[in-house]
Write a protein that binds this ligand. Sequence first.
Ligand code: ATP
Ligand code: MG
Length: 366
Amino acid sequence: MGAELSLLVPTAQTIAVSAYIDSLKDVQYTVPLGTSRFLKTVKCVDKSGSIVVKVLIKPGPSTSNNNGSNEDGFKLEYWVTKLDKLRQGLISIPNVLPFESIIDSQRAGYLIRPYVRYNLYDRVSVRPFLEPIEKKWIVYQLLSSMAKLHAKGIYHGDLKTENVLLTSWNWCLISDFAIFKPVFLPEGNPSLFSFYFDSSQRHVCYVAPERFVASDDAEVEELNKANGELNWQMDIFSLGCVIAELYLESLPIFTLPQMFKFKRGEYYPNLDAIDDLNISKMIQSMISLKADDRLTAKEYLTRYRKTIFPDYFYTFLHTYMNNISGSITESESVNQFTCFNDTNEVRHAWNGRPYAKINFSSILTK
Ligand SMILES: Nc1ncnc2c1ncn2[C@@H]1O[C@H](COP(=O)(O)OP(=O)(O)OP(=O)(O)O)[C@@H](O)[C@H]1O
Ligand SMILES: [Mg+2]
């Protein structure tokens, strides 16, 4: 959505997100999960259990820009179509968690998906701590999922430990594919990075160095419009940062200033605390400054078969666990994913539960 939205979206202090959740019938606000200005994330309950609702508060009707807002409010049709297409691409890929429902109302856009027990950032510091083989299992799932996504030409764009969700049996679910975030960012304007990529305010940077461009905001905006395509090398870099954090007990390897120094060759993260040399070598390759030096996810899986990853991950465990866990992500068919505008209907179809068909007009109280 580019820089324009970052200037238009109301700040957390000026709005009460619960008021937006209250307008969804049968959805009960529980607790906010994030402090992001961009999308407000809230844990809620509905008839089927715990869910996560991400709310995009639309700029007021009086505000106008070239990116879809007009007198009737900010229009999301373009993004709804893109999310629908993304969701169709994700069906049948293991270890991903797409949004199950989208609501585009006049005052806000809502993205809804099931609540998952942990994210990777929290799980690393929760007892019982992850055993070495569990860490390898998590890395294997992430690489395997990336290999399948990249083979389909789908790129995540914002891989980080908060976007890797984990069930209590360590099944990974990658969430929040960043199709509405800018690909390129101006080096001179960290506020755009903070708005889109630092929602947890940990000041950690997982964004590949080649995505920072030494141009002004307007030029970068143009670049994003003209040539703003993600690629697999960008995801591999972010994945390298995630894996490093997993092995460094939640210690991130890049802050934003360190990323700029890394680009200039003045900083290199310290990976000495990782005692598995193969893991360390793999991370170093993934975070290569030159994107061409990074390997594909499939190549890492092949290269480290039987050294990092035991053979039974490939021959048995992943398929077996996917069969057991798959119902979380495969909500029967793509037809049950419903993007709906003000007058249409809503269907909930996650966790393999039967979906309820609800008239949308009765969901929003206004
Ligand atoms: N479906 C979910 N189940 C459980 N926790 C979730 C779920 N979705 C998000 N979270 C957690 O809620 C918190 C806020 O999520 P949110 O996605 O808003 O922030 P983020 O992941 O830091 O940023 P981004 O918007 O860039 O993805 C994070 O800690 C995230 O891991
Ligand atoms: Mg997220």
